[in-house]
Design a protein around this ligand. Structure first.
Ligand code: SF4
Ligand code: SF4
Length: 205
């Protein structure tokens, strides 16, 4: 079956796994063993209203890639069907990036429950409320979290006994909550996942 770019991505990933197993075999380790990945979260804050990433939110709709005329495409097997975007539209498409590698990180001990982040969040994805069973809590969020495949983040109990719940499904990663927070309880941090590679014996414990 053809899956487009997935074919190449899977081939590279499986080649990497095979290399790790071969390396393990040659060094007398269990070929199925994999060392844990390295994970880092680095703050992107550069000033009170300044981040190292572009946090502007684009309201542009997603555009369809223009296609070659069917008569031409069907007559010539070597003719590329997708024509791609021109420079201007390509640039606008890049502005729709939601910076999914930049995470909202909440430090409960720093929160004074002023609710300023709730007021400024453009998508209502932050809620301070009493804790409860997940099914109930999902419906009590400011914007009900109906996508059951997306886990909701629930903090530890805060000083008033409430919890902070956040629905990542609707977060734009705009950083406004972190800009508004007076105590730095919200921070925008870049997430980096570094998987093991063959030849990294030092990663095994
Ligand atoms: S990053 Fe933006 S959308 Fe996400 S929780 Fe903060 S204010 Fe809301
Ligand atoms: S703005 Fe900061 S201190 Fe205020 S409720 Fe939100 S996280 Fe807590």
């Amino acid at each position: 079956a053809a899956f487009g770019p997935k074919n190449i991505i899977w081939a590279v990933a499986q080649g990497q796994q095979a290399a790790i197993s071969i390396d393990a075999f040659c060094n007398g380790r269990d070929v199925a063993e994999r060392p844990p990945p390295h994970v880092t979260l680095g703050s992107q804050k550069m000033g009170i209203h300044e981040w190292s990433y572009d946090n502007e939110i684009s309201l542009e709709e997603r555009r369809k890639v223009p296609l070659r005329d069917q008569v031409v495409a069907l007559a010539d097997i070597s003719a590329e069907v997708e024509l791609g975007f021109d420079r201007e539209i390509g640039y606008e498409e890049t502005q729709r990036c939601l910076n999914c590698d930049v995470q909202t990180v909440f430090t409960d001990k720093l929160c004074i429950e002023c609710d300023a982040c709730v007021d400024i969040c453009p998508t209502d994805c932050i809620t301070f409320t009493s804790n409860g069973p997940e099914a109930d809590l999902r419906h009590r969020l400011t914007a009900p979290a109906s996508n059951l495949e997306q886990a909701i983040y629930v903090s530890a109990a805060l000083k008033t006994g409430r919890i902070m719940a956040k629905d990542e499904d609707v977060c734009l990663h705009c950083g406004l909550c972190a800009e508004r927070c007076p105590t730095g309880a919200w921070d925008m941090r870049k997430f980096l996942l570094d998987m093991a590679h063959a030849g990294e014996a030092g990663r095994y414990q």
